[in-house]
Ligand binder design. Sequence first.
Ligand code: FAD
Length: 505
Amino acid sequence: MPVAQPAPPPASQLPPEAYRQAVDQADLAISITDPQANILFANEAFTRVTGYGCDEIVGCNESVLSNHTTPPETYRALWSNLAAQRPWSGRLLNRRKDGSLYLAELSISPVVDERGRTTHFLGMHRDITELHRLERVVRNQKELIESVIDAAPMAFALLDPNGRIVLDNQEYKKLVTDLRVSEPAHALLDGLLPEWRDALATQPERCAFASRETRFDRPAGRPRWLSVTSSVIAMHSDCADSYFCAAGQPGLLLVISDVSNLREEQERARAAVLQAVLAEEERTAAIREGLSAALFRLEEPMNVMASAIAVLQRRDPGSARMLQDALSASREHMETLRQVIPQSPQEIVVRVNINEILRDVLEVSTPRLLAAGIVVDWRPAATLPPVLGRPLQLRMLFKALVDNAIEAMNVKGWKRRELTLVSAVDADCIIVSVLDTGPGIPPEWRLKAFEPFFTAKNGSGRHIGTGLSRAQQVVADHGGIIDLDDSPGGGCAAIVEFRVDGDPI
Ligand code: FAD
């Protein structure tokens, strides 16, 4: 037969001795006082913490523990809470029996009898000197790190796994005002690593890179070149549910330095070279297009000759033969001519920042713009994702559009002369608008203008009408589209759209 186990006694039947032993042996300094804080009882831990034996402390006032350096307002708060029968907790500076000091974290609760009178106080405290020292070390280190970071000439931003900025410095705060973007770190990452948000959540190591440069264009003032280094660091969560989880979450530390001065110098030298390259390419293009136009126009009389030969064949075969020989010789010469047409140089496809291309074009066009008295309004997107493209062709494209705008406005007596150049990002597209305040382009010409050898300009002989058809070819080669429209300023708007993921042919 199984032996029946005795049921555990209900809590009310817990022997008073058990209470006493529990309090006595607790690992927390416990004292019980009368309403004037005279000690009636102190446990073993109290002796360990204060150095006072139980026999010598009973009968003393709790104030024997005071070092008399705790601010009086702390005691006032303590006693006013206790007087209102509310518990109180706080930190006091105590002195042990041997005179050594310790920081006590104390909690006092009033003991109230059935008539609502405070009969005793229960005090519980522990020595938190070491904890306080560690807290101070951490705080000092944090302040030290913050002042070093603040004094550093580069900007720092620490992003948590959700991309929130959890730490930054003075230089970073300056970037917010200088660049006029709410979160420069996000704008930089969007430009340098468009997929950074997903990568940070799934494969944080993909977010690490060193010294990548990006350029911030501002409507007014110089552009800023920033060099960014991104490192992945483990961050430990301070949420309770992460207490037993050792692994840290990835955070991103961005170190951003301004390399504008260096890059400006390089840019000046590059612009000079670029000017020469563009001039040479323009000259070659003019020869190429001049010859192509001549050959194109020669086709017409050739065709007339061919028809005449067909008619003469029966009536006057001798003349027909002569004419045929002349036609064949002409065709041969035309073929020779076709072969000497200079070809455009083969460029390799690279990652291109369209803002840089546009700025190059403005720089190269500045003398013409100034000479024509045209005011330029340059409104770049703060950052643009890179596109794959051929830089020289793209420069030629936008230069052709800017040249068209200049010519449209540089007419004797024309008053409003404003060129607006805008770059913007819309979904997966980069949109560039070249807007002028010239006479505009009639709707019936907007499609024809892209046909080879179409020109609305007469007389000067400089215009053979291949600029826009060449521009359209370059845009198409880059997987984009180009359109002509009315400009809000009353003139013509040339809109070029590239897909960010567009593949150039
Ligand atoms: P005062 O605060 O002016 O104290 C003078 C005396 O009057 C003391 O005996 C004090 O206990 C008593 N007293 C002051 N205000 C009241 C009041 N409103 N009602 C009844 N008596 C009052 N202090 C420490 O520094 N360290 C401790 O670890 C500590 N532990 C405590 C534990 C308990 C359970 C209680 C109730 C109090 C404790 N105190 C402690 C507070 C302590 O009693 C003194 O108030 C404090 O030390 C300041 O003493 P004082 O002599 O500098 O000045």
